[in-house]
Design a protein around this ligand. Structure first.
Ligand SMILES: Nc1ncnc2c1ncn2[C@@H]1O[C@H](COP(=O)(O)OP(=O)(O)O)[C@@H](O)[C@H]1O
Ligand SMILES: [Mg+2]
Length: 261
């Protein structure tokens, strides 16, 4: 079970779109995938067609110990892809766990308990909130790796040093094995010179960590959630879907190389 936290404290950079569509692309090639929606907005849940009324137990309940991971899991329309929904209570986790000495280990313990039952997934994608809050720290502590979506826009790299510092802190104190899985450039607009400029800057900063696959700006990716469908089910031939399918191939290739090394 490889746990990947999809994280960037900036909102609107493509975390949720990546969690949904990368998850679907991995599931499409037979991987058993769990998407854990850890954002109070619950966008990943909505985008996977799980309405608020269908969210009985959520990642909030798992984080505060009111449900096991297993109790939080529900199926989706996507074969091989399950979900732990998110809900607005997640906004209160910070305050609620404030004085709990083990507050950063809640998610890791939930995964350990799940593994102890003999069940697992091939890949877990944790859709993080747009902050470096307790919820995001929990995700990084529970994860093997962090996947960072970066929007090809002005100031894309702003705030990144803070994110990397947080990864370093978690690695140093809480989760020594934590890796950067990779950086994915999102919302790339080939008609906009700025996109190329940002992509170039990000590649010179991160080198090989940046995926070759770039996610284009594609209206189908933004329309699909309103139908409760991953773009790959909404229109598998649009440029956005094709890009996420290629990203999944690249991610699996890197994993094979990592295992071989
Ligand atoms: N590649 C893309 N092309 C067009 N729209 C996108 C793309 N990626 C994301 N969006 C849209 O941009 C908005 C923010 O994306 P989202 O994945 O929700 O970001 P985050 O989870 O980081 O806040 C959403 O409305 C989403 O549908
Ligand atoms: Mg989001």
């Amino acid at each position: 079970m490889r746990v990947i936290a999809v994280a960037n404290q900036k909102g609107g950079v493509g975390k949720t779109t990546t969690a949904i569509n990368l998850g679907t692309a991995l599931a499409a090639v037979g991987r058993r995938v769990l998407v854990m929606d850890c954002d109070a907005q619950g966008n990943a849940s909505t985008g996977l067609g799980v309405e608020p009324t269908a969210r009985r137990k959520t990642s909030y309940d798992v984080l505060v110990g009111e449900a096991t991971l297993e109790e939080g899991i529900i199926g989706t329309k996507v074969p091989h892809l399950d979900l732990v929904p998110g809900d607005e209570n997640l906004a209160g986790v910070e305050t609620l766990l404030h004085s709990d000495p083990k507050k950063n280990f809640r998610l890791r313990e939930a995964f350990e308990a799940y593994r102890a039952t003999g069940k697992d997934y091939d890949t877990v994608l944790i859709d993080c909130p747009p902050s470096l809050s307790t919820v995001t720290i929990n995700a990084m502590v529970a994860a093997n790796a962090v996947l960072v979506p970066l929007q090809c826009e002005f100031l894309a790299l702003e705030g990144l040093s803070q994110l990397l510092r947080t990864v370093d802190l978690v690695r140093g104190a809480l989760n020594p094995g934590l890796e950067i899985q990779g950086v994915v450039l999102t919302m790339y607009d080939k008609r906009n010179n700025l996109s190329d400029q940002v992509a170039g800057e990000v590649r010179s900063f991160f080198g090989q960590k940046v995926y070759q696959t770039v996610i284009p700006r594609n209206v189908k990716l933004s329309e699909a959630p309103s139908f409760g469908l991953p773009a790959i089910l909404y229109d598998h031939r649009c440029s956005g879907s094709e890009a996420y399918i290629m990203l999944a191939q690249e991610l699996m290739q890197r994993e094979r190389e990592r295992v071989a090394a």
